[in-house]
Ligand binder design. Structure first.
Ligand code: SF4
Ligand code: SF4
Length: 87
């Protein structure tokens, strides 16, 4: 029996109020999906944001979260989902 699987896209959430705009996450993302916001946060920094047009390219590699000195990034990856059974 073969179980086909689908892997849904991963995504990140950036806590804009923890972010100090250091751009380290931007420098390491292989998909270039992170940029800086056009507005400042409560600390007075331009926080990192996910670029909407590229968000679907996230692989969930976690490089951005590991690099962030302020633990402002959470990475989410969906589990593999069986979609077909072939006898
Ligand atoms: S998890 Fe990887 S691909 Fe996704 S935003 Fe972070 S560095 Fe980029
Ligand atoms: S590495 Fe962290 S603190 Fe620096 S810009 Fe990215 S989210 Fe903000």
């Amino acid at each position: 029996m073969v179980v086909a699987q689908r892997i849904s896209s991963a995504y990140i959430i950036i806590d804009a109020e923890r972010c100090k705009g250091c751009c380290l996450c931007i420098s390491v993302c292989p998909k270039e999906i992170i940029g800086l916001a056009s507005h400042i946060n409560e600390k007075g920094y331009l926080p990192a944001v996910v670029l909407e047009e590229k968000a679907h390219d996230c692989t969930g590699c976690t490089a951005c979260a590991m690099m962030c000195p302020d633990t402002a990034i959470s990475v989410y990856r969906h589990n593999r989902v069986p979609i077909e059974l072939v006898a």
